[in-house]
Design a protein around this ligand. Structure first.
Ligand code: SF4
Ligand code: SF4
Length: 439
């Protein structure tokens, strides 16, 4: 088998042979282990792939209903301004709008389908690039290791919080998307099947960071601003990185899907582990990350999944389940193979969050919420000795999850009280409201 030749005679969730891997020893501090298999258990015999239409219907419903819901949301938002609810004033709302300028460009922030509207914008921003063939110069050449190191440096410069590399695993794709060796470009068949050419076999995972202090103000317009800022950051680095790869003479495409399946690729690229709240938890940023993937034909050295003890830690911690105002997150001690909603898929052993309950709550309250993500004990905005010690303790003694979560509460790492939310404006903030904490 030649270098970088993809084969599928290996269990899902494990790293395949035939690729070059980066040296993982310098990627994280010593308490984050590099492993050959993602820490979420997988049962391939019952593995289900995502169905776009179901997800889209759950998120957006039909356009008329979406409009109705949007009108309801606007009424609630206006009522909060009129009642002078802290964190929900005009300046908070204006900041929320501003934070989503790029992410929601082209649609109303109340009605927009933030997923599909991105594609024309992506097309527009790609026009910036003059690829090497147009300039009459050869494309960039280097080893997979050199390519990954260069791409990581570029991504960090262009705003990424974290970067990881993995391969295009078709079993992670939606039910109607597959790799097809007979196509040269991504193609949609008349039957609605999306076919990806075999040469787009590398995946660059980039992450944007949400401002943690503002996230603590959820649910409010400031909290919503924090939630959207994470997406805005991700969007910027995602589009910029696609242009970077094209500028080197290689292809760069989003993973085709209405709701790109980022998490399994993020787990394989070692950006984090799957947490109780059913989201990727980073050892650096906790739940305050937004991730996205880029398919490319540029040969890259891949990364490996990581293990920082989160599966055991989440059994005991449960802080996100307590923080969820909708009670949408499991507070069972053990994870399960049984999905808890129509939108959850079989084949993964998880603490299933119930997205229908989450969407119902957020829709009814006209907020994005994300309280679970900031409540996570791994979501911390500084690098003090005590926080590093807490991270090491959590990773190495994960059965102490309960007392560590209790200490977290004791030190006041929780939501800001509604009456104090207006105070957010009293303090000067670092650039983008977040200190970059990647070591
Ligand atoms: S976003 Fe809010 S409602 Fe949804 S799961 Fe998280 S805490 Fe619960
Ligand atoms: S808050 Fe605790 S239980 Fe929830 S994902 Fe984070 S570490 Fe796991």
């Amino acid at each position: 088998m030649g270098k970088n030749k993809m084969t599928f005679d290996f269990p899902l969730g494990t790293i395949p042979k035939g690729f070059v891997y980066r040296d993982q020893s310098k990627r994280y501090p010593w308490w984050v282990k590099s492993v050959d298999k993602m820490t979420t258990e997988i049962d391939e015999s019952i593995w289900e792939r995502k169905v776009t239409d179901q997800i889209q219907m759950g998120l957006f419903g039909d356009p008329e209903k979406a409009k109705e819901k949007a009108n309801e949301s606007v009424k609630k938002i206006v009522a909060r301004i009129e009642k002078e609810v802290p964190g929900n004033q005009l300046k908070d709302l204006a900041l929320h709008y501003a934070s989503t300028t790029f992410f929601a460009a082209g649609v109303s922030m109340f009605e927009g389908n933030f997923i599909t509207h991105m594609f024309p914008i992506m097309e527009a921003v790609s026009k910036v690039i003059h690829p090497p063939e147009e300039l009459g110069v050869p494309k960039w050449q280097g080893s997979p290791q050199e390519a990954s190191e260069m791409v990581e440096i570029a991504a960090m410069q262009l705003g990424a919080a974290q970067v990881g590399f993995t391969y295009l695993e078709p079993r992670f794709l939606e039910h109607n998307v597959d790799v097809d060796p007979t196509v040269e470009k991504i193609k949609t068949t008349p039957e609605g099947k999306v076919l990806i050419p075999e040469h787009l076999k590398y995946v660059i995972m980039v992450a944007g960071q949400a401002p943690l202090e503002a996230m603590k103000h959820a649910p409010s317009q400031i909290g919503d601003m924090a939630d959207r800022s994470g997406y805005e950051d991700r969007q910027m680095v995602w589009f910029r990185m696609m242009n970077f790869i094209r500028g080197l003479g290689y292809q760069a495409k989003p993973i085709p899907a209405a709701m790109p399946p980022g998490i399994p690729f993020g787990l394989m690229a070692g950006l984090g582990e799957m947490g109780r709240m059913n989201r990727l938890i980073s050892p650096y940023y906790g739940g305050a990350l937004r991730i996205e993937g880029i398919l490319t034909d540029m040969p890259l050295a891949l990364d490996k999944p990581i293990d920082f003890g989160l599966q055991e830690y989440c059994r005991h911690c449960q802080k996100c389940a307590r923080a969820c105002p909708a009670k949408a997150i499991s507070s069972e001690k053990e994870s399960t193979w049984e999905p808890q909603s129509n939108f959850s898929l079989k084949g993964r052993k998880l603490w299933y969050e119930n997205p229908e309950i989450c969407w119902e709550w957020t829709g009814h309250n006209a907020h994005y919420c994300s309280a679970c993500m900031f409540a996570c004990t791994w979501t911390k905005d500084d690098q003090t000795f005590l926080h590093t010690l807490a991270r090491i303790s959590a990773a190495k003694l994960p059965f102490l999850g309960k007392p560590l979560a209790w200490l977290d509460d004791l030190f006041g790492y929780g939501p800001v009280a509604r009456k104090n939310m207006g105070d957010w404006w009293q303090k000067k903030r670092p650039t983008k409201g977040a200190n970059s904490r990647r070591r």
